[in-house]
Design a protein around this ligand. Structure first.
Ligand code: FE2
Length: 400
């Protein structure tokens, strides 16, 4: 089985052919993913990374479109012909754009095949229940369906149940055909994490051969970034992506803390290549052109950050971006003193801050980026007090 999605006939087959296969460091290959401005019609597909280390091959993420399967197999076959025996699959997260071709590892002809998955990510890789469950969690604070485009928004005016049923139908179709291989996963428990220092900064995670899977829990509860000490390469998954936080179980404050740590190890000379799951010069540049968005830094529309200065700049950019979003939410709440999440969305949109403008430009449903979710996440993370008044949940400014 392979991903079919909502509109299989509209898959960007021609555009995908622009994806490049690049050796970004010795024996480290990237298959460039895909990103568009029509998320539900032509969803994103993550960058895919393949690392060879003597007998071992590590495949990190498998993307979304079946188109990428042959390219993955070709690289894996080449490494096998060079003597590699053991294939390990690791995913930066359980989201569908990173895991849809996971079963490709069974077709690569390796003697030993493993799929490692943080146990805490089981709830996310359960694609259907995660997506619909996320809405149900948000329902505790506001009507999340009322913030969506028309059909669902209208349905939510009739009843929440009706809006929910539309989301359920859409979700079933969206994930159609995906085989995550979760039943074959070797689960990594939180207790089995080890602490590792990179430079002067401590991280928790799992050793995978020469690599260290940093458990950051930023973009999703079991989200990992991968550090390759040999090449001083840091693959940050979706912890460096403008749409954060896309779900209620994503964390923005954790993103800020993580960027601070990554910036520090870059400043200390431990990162020479910083790369992530979605940035690419082929597709990202087009998005900025189409939406007339100025990048916060030129590095934002490059394939990767190379060298100490670029890596520091990259992490600093995201650190500032996330921090500005958080601060502007708190400023909006401070202005209103008391507010519901929909009221905060309106106030937040008035800001002139560059980070806010970028977040607004990358709007739903062009991108899986919702201002209401961003605000709900930050209020939840900061434990901002709230009270219930009838059906409304009213948050109170911490500074008032
Ligand atoms: Fe992603």
């Amino acid at each position: 089985m392979a991903f079919k999605g909502l509109f299989p006939k509209l898959h960007p087959i021609k555009e995908l052919k622009n994806s490049r296969l690049m050796e970004i460091a010795p024996d480290v290959w990237e298959i460039e993913g895909y990103i568009s401005t029509q998320f539900f019609i032509k969803p994103a597909s993550s960058n895919i990374f393949i690392f060879k280390d003597n007998d071992d091959v590590l495949l990190l993420d498998t993307g979304l479109y079946p188109y990428y399967r042959k390219i993955i197999i070709d690289v894996l076959s080449k490494f096998k012909s060079q003597g590699a025996k053991n294939l390990t699959l690791l995913v930066s997260q359980g989201h569908f754009d990173h895991v849809a071709n996971n079963d490709v590892i069974l077709e690569a002809g390796y003697d030993n095949v493993r799929f490692l998955l943080p146990k805490i990510e089981l709830g996310t890789i359960d694609l259907f229940n995660h997506f619909t469950g996320d809405f149900e969690e948000l329902e505790n604070y506001y009507n999340p369906y009322s913030m969506l485009p028309l059909p669902v928004k209208m349905a939510s005016k009739i009843s929440i149940k009706f809006a929910r049923s539309l989301i359920v139908r859409m979700t079933k179709k969206l994930f159609n055909g995906i085989e995550t291989l979760v039943d074959k996963a070797e689960l990594l428990s939180m207790d089995s994490r080890v602490t590792k220092k990179i430079g002067e900064v401590e991280f928790m995670g799992w050793d995978v051969g020469r690599f260290f899977a940093i458990h950051d829990g930023a973009h999703s509860p079991g989200h990992i970034s991968l550090y390759d000490p040999k090449n001083k390469l840091l693959m940050t998954g979706d912890s460096t992506i403008e749409i954060n936080p896309p779900f209620f179980n994503s964390r923005l404050v954790k993103c800020i803390e993580l960027m601070e740590k990554f910036r520090k190890i870059a400043e200390q000379g431990y990162v020479n290549i910083a790369i992530d799951s979605h940035h690419s010069s082929t597709y990202f540049r087009k998005i900025f052109d189409k939406f007339n968005i100025d990048p916060l830094h030129p590095i934002q529309i490059a394939d990767l950050a190379h060298g100490k200065d670029e890596c520091v700049a990259y992490f600093t950019m995201f650190e500032n971006y996330y921090r500005d979003l958080k601060d502007e939410i708190l400023a909006a709440l401070s202005n209103l003193k008391e507010a519901t999440i929909p009221e905060l969305v309106k106030e937040f949109k008035k800001s002139d801050n560059e980070a806010v403008k970028m977040k607004i430009a990358m709007k739903f449903p062009n991108f899986p980026s919702r201002l209401d979710v961003l605000i709900a996440v930050v209020l939840d993370e900061l434990k901002v007090p709230y009270r219930r008044k009838g059906k409304k949940v009213i948050f109170t400014s911490i500074s008032s």
